[in-house]
Design a protein around this ligand. Structure first.
Ligand code: ADP
Ligand code: ZN
Length: 642
């Protein structure tokens, strides 16, 4: 369903019209500048005025005489008159005592040249504005609304899934897309839901572009790629025109994949930030949404995009029917890194002393692009030394070079920081495993993901709709265990626990103020101040309804909950120090430790730990209030302790 868009060319002419207008106005101004209101006198009239001595300021040019004369009211009026063959003129002028000056002759050649100068100037200006910038691009003036997308022909498509390593889950998720592109009709017949937009998200350099290319390669279709930042141009409307053009091109070449890199450059939430929207970006985003809605996946086009900030995207973009498939492309783990190294090592000759597994071990935090870089650097080093093959020493040196690269410092984690993170996560893990009312620990890792430097994943065994006080107390304890572990091991605390602390505060406040789980206060629920800024129960909206004393008790109860939970977490870690240290070491070695191994380290049978003195048997299970917007049963969700 090709919609011919009449606006397509308009955008081009808008730019042109504006520039022509400028040229026109300049020209008008230049030509009109000498325009002064003059009267034209007949020659005989002029002679009469000369005789009456009414003229002054005469300029006698070869073809024209100009000057001023006094009119009947005595005002000076500028005039011109055609100069006639009049040998007596000079005589008469001196008789009448009229001052005059003569202007030298300007030949007709001079006149023509003078006028030509203006024309050349204007043409030059036009060339400077329109032709020159395009020339250097190899494009003509008409082309600046064309998309700069690069087309890769299916026949030249050489990237396949074999070239992408360490992201098997992402590949698995993209199988559908390939099946569909290979044979859209068959896919539909089998009742497959047609994919339309696929969003790949993950840190830079994890291979998102590579994956998209590989999908095109596997399916044998054309691949159009464009960077979203190319769409955000100086002139409003150009970006939108480019988006249109990109889709038009792809439709002509269907089946095809359109890949948009750095989608967040245009896809950021609209109306965000101070000062309102950004017109051009917004128009471009709107056009993208229109195109997304306007094409049918039946046409055999799949839109893919990559971003490392899925959280800032406009919600409209990720709505069903648009970019509704989200595929995570995480930083590779140890095994993944080894595989990626193997992929890139194929292109170079390795000496026998090289063990890529060892290299993978020494490169925590490296993404695919870093690893490709390591192999490349090593090959260069080996070549420089005239070696037959890349040796271990070259790889070691290359790792260091990539590590020291200025832009990587923030992403790649130092050994010392890794130790802190391992201790922090082990704290979460061990307390989660050793408390009775918490969900089973699924795995723990120190591979950074998103904002988190590491995480402990707990998965619930079954759906739950009620959360008990014991469960919440355990949760507080687990949340605080990361910070507790840091303090125990290093005697020093870091900023790594800030998210944990925020969550702890939220839970503790909820327990005291909404769920009536404080002993001192009893079963009270205070009006929910969800939308207002609440701070230790002392928020403004509640000032009127809470007595000073009640507010103070609330604060005390919240602080008490947090304090006792922190002490309990510390106590659990200290009393299992040996197992804890073992877990830290294992985590540092393997980066990911699964549930079974955690149990092994801890001696399988979970150790029962004393509850806090707080809960008495009768109040340990307290259903949450059954209000319609009652808090989501938190225990039901997977828990990530960062
Ligand atoms: P992104 O688009 O996620 O920023 P790219 O796909 O541009 O990353 O990756 C840049 C380069 O790094 C690729 O061309 C490839 O050589 C290498 N690379 C990245 N990830 C991988 C991977 N998973 N397997 C193999 N090579 C990779
Ligand atoms: Zn934590």
């Amino acid at each position: 369903m090709k919609k011919k868009n009449p606006n397509n060319r308009k955008i081009i002419s808008v730019g042109q019209i504006v520039s022509w207008l400028i040229v026109f106005l300049v020209a008008v101004w230049l030509f009109n500048k000498p325009a002064v209101k003059e009267t034209t006198l007949g020659y005989s009239e002029f002679k009469q005025k000369v005789a009456a001595a009414e003229v002054s300021d005469l300029t006698v040019a070869p073809g024209e005489i100009s000057g001023t004369y006094k009119n009947s009211e005595g005002k000076l009026v500028p005039f011109t008159t055609v100069r006639m063959e009049d040998p007596n003129l000079v005589q008469e002028l001196s008789t009448a005592k009229v001052k005059f000056k003569a202007q030298p002759d300007r030949s007709w050649v001079g006149n023509v040249l003078f006028n030509l100068l203006w024309i050349v100037l204007l043409i030059g200006l036009w060339w400077f504005i329109f032709i020159r910038p395009q020339r250097s691009d190899g494009k003509s003036a008409m082309n600046f609304a064309r998309s700069k997308a690069k087309l890769q022909d299916p026949s030249q498509q050489t990237v396949t899934f074999k070239d992408v390593a360490g992201c098997d889950e992402a590949k698995e998720e993209l199988q559908d897309v390939i099946k569909f592109l290979k044979n859209p009709k068959k896919f539909q017949k089998l009742g497959g839901k047609l994919p339309k937009g696929v969003l790949l998200y993950g840190a830079p350099g994890t291979g998102k572009t590579l994956l998209a290319k590989a999908v095109a390669g596997e399916a044998g279709v054309s691949f159009f790629s464009a960077s979203a930042s190319e769409f955000v141009e100086m002139f409003v409307g150009v970006g939108a025109a480019r988006v249109r053009d990109l889709f038009d091109q792809a439709k002509k070449n269907a089946p095809a994949i359109i890949f948009i890199d750095e989608l967040d450059a245009v896809g950021r939430r609209r109306f965000a930030g101070i000062g309102g929207g950004h017109d051009e970006r917004e128009q471009t985003l709107n056009q993208l949404l229109i195109e997304l809605d306007g094409f049918e996946s039946k046409q055999g086009i799949i839109l893919m995009a990559s971003t490392n900030r899925p959280d800032v995207l406009d919600p409209a973009l990720i709505r069903p029917g648009r970019f509704d498939r989200h595929v995570s492309v995480p930083a590779p783990d140890l095994k993944g890194r080894e595989e990626i190294l193997h992929v890139h090592a194929k292109k170079v000759k390795l000496s026998d002393d090289v063990d890529l597994k060892q290299v993978a071990k020494g490169t925590p935090g490296f993404v695919g692009a870093d690893l490709a870089n390591v192999i490349n650097e090593a090959a260069i080093l080996a070549a420089r030394a005239d070696k037959e093959a890349v040796e271990k020493s070259d790889l070691d040196e290359a790792v260091e070079r990539v590590l020291a690269g200025p832009q990587k410092k923030s992403r790649i984690i130092s050994k010392h920081e890794q130790q802190i993170i391992a201790a922090h996560e082990s704290g979460h893990t061990i307390v989660a495993r050793l408390t009775n009312h918490s969900d089973p620990v699924h795995k723990v890792t120190i591979i950074p993901r998103g904002q988190a430097l590491g995480y402990t994943l707990q998965l619930p065994l079954e759906d739950k709709f009620l959360t008990s006080k014991s469960e919440l107390l355990d949760k507080l304890c687990i949340l605080l265990a990361g910070r507790a572990a840091e303090e125990i091991v290093f005697g020093e605390i870091t900023s790594g626990a800030s998210d944990d602390l925020n969550k702890t505060m939220a839970y503790a406040r909820k327990m005291v103020m909404e769920l009536g789980m404080s002993e001192k206060l009893g079963p009270i629920a205070l009006p929910n101040g969800e939308d207002s800024e609440v701070f230790l129960g002392r928020d403004l909206s509640r000032h009127n309804t809470l007595s000073e004393e009640l507010a103070r008790t609330i604060d005390e109860e919240i602080l008490h909950l947090i304090k006792t939970s922190y002490d309990r977490a510390k106590q659990i870690i200290i009393s299992h120090r040996e197992a804890f240290d073992k877990l830290v070491a294992t985590l540092l070695e393997k980066e990911v430790v699964e549930a079974s191994e955690i149990d092994e380290i801890l001696g399988l049978k979970p150790v029962v730990v004393e509850e806090q003195p707080q809960p008495s048997p009768t109040d340990s299970v307290k259903p949450e209030p059954k209000a319609p917007k009652a808090t989501k049963p938190e225990a039901q969700q997977a828990d990530l302790f960062e």
